[in-house]
Write a protein that binds this ligand. Sequence first.
Ligand code: GDP
Length: 295
Amino acid sequence: MFDNLSDKLDKALHVLKGHGQITEINVAETLKEVRRALLDADVNFKIAKEFTNRVKEKALGQNVLTNLQPGQLMVKIVKDELTELMGGDAEGIDLSSTPSVILMSGLQGSGKTTFSGKLANFLKKKKNRKSLLVACDVYRPAAIDQLHVVGEQIGVEVYSDRGNTDPVAIAKAGVAHAKAIGASVVIVDTAGRLAVDEVMMTEISNIHKAITPNETLFVVDSMTGQDAVNTAKAFNDVLNFDGVILTKLDGDTRGGAAISIKSVVDKPIKFIGTGEKMEAIDVFYPSRMAERILG
Ligand code: GDP
């Protein structure tokens, strides 16, 4: 995960670590390298620039040049800033209502259905919660089948209504069904499109209004790079979602999405997907991720 970024940042900071004497020039050079590493990882230009400016300010403020271990101090400053950039403290999800309603949003193929199953499984195993999965994709029968397969795999009931073409009605009926069977969490999987379009946005917005979820989660494929940030912005403008789910972090992602999304939409990344299996889910901890990136 993020191997390339990790390598480049390591090289950038290595220069500083190796110097007996640290000068303003090599701090400036290091920051330039750090910025280049972030840009290479697909981090947005403005974010990368602001990032290195903040590191520079902190470094000067903490007198990095006269510090006994300037290299280590620089690494710490970069790590702290990277943590902050990805969201500061880890945030949980709101399960305070009975049932708590969780709405999934995102493009087709982002991993919504897979993540819906992973989350239901996670809540069952780790929090002892009974979930109901609700299939609201009325366009692709295969999507409904897929959710049923997932549900069966993890032993969680799935609500669907194949004759119904109104996703708002299905979502509402799903919440009512959850109450009837005593499920404490309802996870509503919705239809995505290949790109942001108005029909999809209106539909998800109508579902959102009708079921007033405790949590609206935006699911995004981390492999999509800069596009992930633009898509996040489009969904956030309509849904004002509560958190981001970053999927496919097991793939060859450059990591820029993880690093940029928080600053662009100011919403926390709550979970990450790290594989196709139902167990491949992790709570996202920005500090652990920064630790991993910086080694
Ligand atoms: P949806 O259209 O948003 O519901 O997306 P799906 O849940 O159907 O996922 C699309 C594809 O991505 C499927 O082949 C999933 O198995 C795969 N997928 C989902 N999450 C992950 C992940 O974290 N890692 C990997 N490697 N594949 C994933």
